[in-house]
Ligand binder design. Structure first.
Ligand code: SF4
Ligand code: MSK
Length: 635
């Protein structure tokens, strides 16, 4: 099982799955081999009913679809539609949070404003003056203004104006400054329908505009408004991996993305009546744990343990100890439905946008949030007596971690509580103790050994004095490996990074949250540029991004907004673009001249880390910074 995952808990459960003939994503991935080459290269098109069409990659067969579209057009259209889908997912999440803020302002659903300071700060950015009296009034005005940005037809997104002036000017010059969130996504769909935009560069530039509407719109809205509603995270301790599931308690696993439900489930799981009911049913308590980004959300704010990342959703069920898995939206495998039936586990869907045939659906409405959360927990408790204790197998693996870092808390850590500043970070980069910073984000994918690429890339960057920020399932992979403990600096970091982590007391890998919280990476970059000494734009900074095990369209949208913001980004397996030499050249070379960032595709995580290090060193040289204090270490 070693080749499927490097995580021991997952290996153990895969062994069990094999013995009990439980099918997992790895089995289905193998059954799919060889996967469709046309799809991998991005050169099949089924946009209209004259097709489906495909381009012969060897140049012997058709080079154009029935309508005359060539490989460049087909590849660019397909990729732009992936960006639109990813941006839509994050942005719809942001819209739901804005709606929840409105309900909180109206006193409905049991939600409260937990960070009134951030509420006032964000409200000011949206032009809501201090004359507006109560928190509720400010929240209402803010929610309405934010919701209007989804349907805005002209103008510029408010948060996009947070970017450095040079960046904003560039976006305006290239005509990719996002106007309205929904507008840019709809325009991708229009431009890529049959017979509209046939210029691959033009298609992808608009794709960037839609991606920017995600990063600087939908995702940033989700993060900021979640902080207002559920409070801005602060560093806290927690545990990760399947060993957090408990033999003698009711195990409720939440999986998906939106914290509007999971926040209420946290509260309901602590409800004394429900605790009492759990004891009546023979359990010692109620144990809430998470998978994927919902896990990251409630980890960041409550220290709720994480059971696993994307590829552990099935093996979590295979423990036989999960009494209910509660899902909302995104990254939820359809296979959970049949797998849950092999155990007593109740799979419960909650979103009107995400139902499974034959699966119990308890629809979540923010207006009755707490009531519904209690009903869901009660359903899990009532299922506890159905557990077959003979079939329970929990891998005894957990790792300690520290999570809860944000742009604000990095400030506080670096500068001390009374001197909130990024100066020490900038100075460390300027004097070469730190080579630079990198973001490792994204999913898991059975096409690469589970967690392996995240972990190997992390180790390589750390030993080269690169500070790492992480989100999503990458953060969970790094957490399981122990990188999110302050001690990890002694075990893995180069001398410069170790010195800083030791002085400040932080881990060398900082967990910034869920996938929408990649927007925290953007706001951190704003602070670094604003602090001075490292250039006037993101593209000048010695930083890089990576998604070594990506699988979701959301990762493509994230990659595009990061590149369009000026940051070099490496993906593990390539985007489906290799069927067009022009599109590949555009995204991996030419685009850098336009936006300052570009893509690279490198499945070997060590080589990918060195692409990032070389880029960081190039940026250091352009800034005329001192050589890094410690020379790079090659694996
Ligand atoms: Fe074929 Fe053109 Fe229709 Fe695509 S849009 S399916 S290439 S005819
Ligand atoms: S959950 S998008 S598998 S990171 Fe955000 Fe993980 Fe990727 Fe889903």
């Amino acid at each position: 099982m070693r080749e499927r995952s490097v995580d021991r808990a997952t290996q153990e459960m895969l062994q069990r799955a094999k013995q009990e003939r439980l099918e997992t994503a790895w089995d289905r991935w193998e059954a799919q081999q060889p996967q469709c080459g046309f799809g991998q290269l991005g050169i099949c098109c089924r946009i209209c009913n004259m097709g489906p069409c495909r381009i012969d990659p060897f140049g012997k067969g058709p080079q154009r679809g029935v309508c005359g579209a060539d490989a460049d057009t087909i590849v660019a259209r397909n990729l732009a539609r992936m960006i639109a889908a990813g941006a839509a997912a994050h942005s719809d999440h942001g819209r739901d949070v804005a709606h929840t803020l409105l309900l909180a302002a109206e006193g409905k659903g049991g939600y409260q404003i937990k960070d009134p300071i951030k509420l006032r700060k964000i409200a000011a950015e949206f032009g809501i003056g201090p004359d507006t009296k109560s928190d509720a009034e400010v929240a209402k005005a803010l929610a309405e203004k934010v919701l209007a940005e989804f349907g805005q037809q002209e103008g510029e997104l408010t948060f996009a104006k947070r970017a450095p002036k040079a960046r904003q000017d560039l976006w305006r010059k290239l005509n990719i400054m996002p106007r309205g969130i929904d507008r840019e996504i709809v325009e991708v769909m229009h431009r890529t329908t049959m017979g509209v935009d046939n210029d691959y560069r033009n298609i992808l530039l608009h794709g960037m505009r839609a991606a920017l509407a995600d990063g600087w719109g939908g995702s940033m809205i989700a993060t900021e408004l979640q902080d207002i509603l559920f409070r801005t995270p602060a560093p806290l301790k927690a545990k990760v991996n399947l060993g957090v599931l408990k033999r003698d308690e009711v195990n409720v696993v939440v999986h998906g993305h939106e914290p509007t439900l999971s926040e209420m489930l946290v509260a309901a799981s602590r409800d004394p009546q429900l605790q009492q009911l759990a004891r009546q049913k023979g359990a010692k308590g109620i144990n809430l744990a998470g998978i994927c980004c919902t896990a990251n959300e409630i980890l960041m704010r409550h220290g709720i343990p994480i059971a696993g990342n994307f590829l552990q959703q099935e093996v979590a069920l295979a423990t036989g100890v999960v009494d209910a898995m509660i899902v909302d939206v995104q990254c939820i495998m359809p296979a959970l439905s049949s797998l849950s039936q092999c155990f007593h586990t109740k799979l419960i869907t909650t979103s009107p946008k995400a139902k499974f045939p034959g699966v119990e659906h308890i629809e979540f409405h923010e207006e009755r949030a707490y009531e519904i959360a209690k009903e869901i927990i009660q359903r899990a408790i009532e299922n506890f007596p159905n557990r077959d204790h003979q079939r329970v197998s929990i891998p005894a693996h957990t790792t300690d971690l520290i999570a809860g870092f944000t742009t604000e808390s990095v400030f506080r850590f670096l500068g001390g509580r009374y001197r909130a500043t990024f100066r020490p970070l900038n100075d460390a980069i300027i004097d070469g103790r730190l080579r630079g910073a990198a973001a490792i984000v994204g999913c898991n994918n059975p096409n690469i050994t589970h967690d392996w690429a995240h972990i190997e890339m992390t180790k390589e960057l750390l030993k080269n004095d690169v500070l790492i920020v992480t989100t999503g399932c990458a953060a969970i992979a790094d957490a399981k490996c122990g990188f999110l403990r302050p001690e990890a600096a002694f075990e893995y970091a180069g001398p410069g990074l170790r010195e800083i982590c030791e002085a400040v007391g932080i881990p060398p890998v900082l967990h910034l949250g869920s996938c929408v919280d990649n927007s925290r990476i953007l706001t951190t970059l704003i602070e670094i540029v604003g602090e001075g000494g490292l250039g006037d734009d993101f593209s000048k900074l010695p930083v890089a991004g990576a998604a070594p095990e990506w699988m979701s369209e959301k990762a493509i949208a994230i990659g595009f907004y990061v590149v369009a913001s000026g940051v070099f980004t490496v993906f593990g397996t390539p985007h489906p673009i290799y069927g067009s030499r022009n599109v590949t050249k555009f995204l991996t070379e030419e685009i850098e001249k336009l936006v300052g960032g570009k893509f690279a595709f490198e499945p070997d995580p060590i080589k990918a880390a060195h692409l990032m290090i070389e880029h960081i060193d190039r940026k250091r040289a352009e800034l005329k910074l001192k050589e890094p204090m410690y020379t790079p270490v090659y694996a």
